[in-house]
Design a binder for this molecule. Structure first.
Ligand code: SF4
Length: 344
């Protein structure tokens, strides 16, 4: 039955739930092997590196699972200056990485013009792609940043369940989040979305809906990452369970969505020391490397015990890991596999 299901071209919600329910070693091996074959067929053997700069940890939202939520008073808040952001961006380009991600909490005080100038500056310094991950903003902001040269926008839908979305995002709703993703699509951004895995009350059906929503939104990048609970929670048993489930979600997403980029997230690496190798073998093809300078880096605490993958030594480790897997680090900007110019 599993073999037949893995050969399907179109997957129903029931099919995806079936894949997420697998637990026998042999079946999991078949699932990951199929995901790896599909990754190779649609995306090749390249592993794409992204340099991320967490430009501010100030956030106006209050997502219950996130350490940056505005109600968290136990966090030293920061906003990097334009000069600091540009310097960190140049460091990414000098390291040979051609995608810069600018990420922050949702903060309307980050001015549209400032981000536009940073984009202009970085694009004129080197041949690179800019991904923005700045939360929900006005259409005019998205449009100006696109005009300034940003090509990609990451805005995770977090959960496709309307009820869970409203529960974990007080005052917000899923329909609005989807509207923003559609706006970004209209502006011809390459869009990234994805979910959180392990939310209390979340079911495998909800996760299957996450993958189907990504399909409906025609995303270019899908980020499927585990929820890391607050300090005090018995993390060890949670980590083993949730990291395996996350790998299954990555594999199922690869099998269903095929031609997208899928990162092995820092969150997964934070609970599973072998996450990068396991994730790259289960359909993943992107790794993020953190270039947020100190002291800011240690205050971007979206979840506890975050394992930050940073600097040149991380790149050297990845070179040997990708060689071991018969893969290689991409020298391109790693545009969406859905674009014809993906080699550029
Ligand atoms: S998930 Fe994003 S929007 Fe929500 S509190 Fe955290 S940084 Fe803010």
């Amino acid at each position: 039955m599993l073999e037949r299901l893995l050969e399907k071209k179109i997957f129903s919600k029931k099919d995806i739930v079936f894949l997420l329910n697998l637990y026998k070693k042999d079946d999991l091996e078949k699932l990951y092997k199929k995901a790896d074959e599909i990754r190779k067929l649609y995306c090749g053997d390249e592993v794409h590196l992204r340099g991320i700069i967490e430009i501010s940890n100030i956030c106006e939202q209050n997502c219950l699972y996130c350490g940056l939520r505005c109600s968290n008073k136990n966090l030293i808040r920061y906003k990097m200056s334009s000069q600091e952001i540009i310097a960190a961006g140049k460091k990414i380009l000098k390291a040979g990485i051609k995608t810069i991600i600018l990420q922050s909490g949702e903060n309307k005080n980050i001015k549209r013009e400032e981000i536009s100038e940073i984009i202009y500056e970085l694009k004129s310094y080197g041949d690179c792609a800019i991904t923005l991950s700045l939360g929900e903003r006005d259409f005019i902001d998205y449009a100006e940043w696109r005009k300034a040269g940003a090509e990609r926008y990451l805005l995770k839908h977090e959960t496709a369940s309307r009820a869970l979305y409203s529960l974990y995002h007080p005052g917000e709703n899923l329909i609005d989040r989807i509207k923003h993703l559609r706006m970004l699509k209209i502006l011809r951004y390459q869009i990234g979305s994805g979910n959180l895995i392990g939310l209390p009350q979340q079911t495998l059906e909800d996760i299957a809906d996450d993958i189907l929503l990504c399909d409906k939104l025609d995303i270019d990048m899908g980020s499927f990452s585990p929820l890391i609970p607050p300090n005090g929670y018995p993390l060890k048993s949670h980590a083993a369970k949730i990291s395996e489930l996350t790998l299954k979600v990555i594999a199922a997403a690869r099998i269903v969505l095929k031609k997208i980029h899928i990162p092995v997230t820092t969150a997964l690496s934070s609970i599973d020391p072998d996450a990068r190798e396991r994730g790259l073998n289960a359909g993943g093809n992107v790794i993020m490397i953190n270039f947020t300078p100190n002291p800011y880096n240690s205050n971007y605490i979206i979840y506890p015990n975050r394992r930050v993958v940073s600097d040149q030594s991380a790149i050297i480790n990845l070179l040997s890991l990708t060689a071991k897997l018969g893969r290689h680090i991409s020298e391109s900007k790693g545009n969406s596999p859905k674009l014809r110019s993906s080699a550029s």
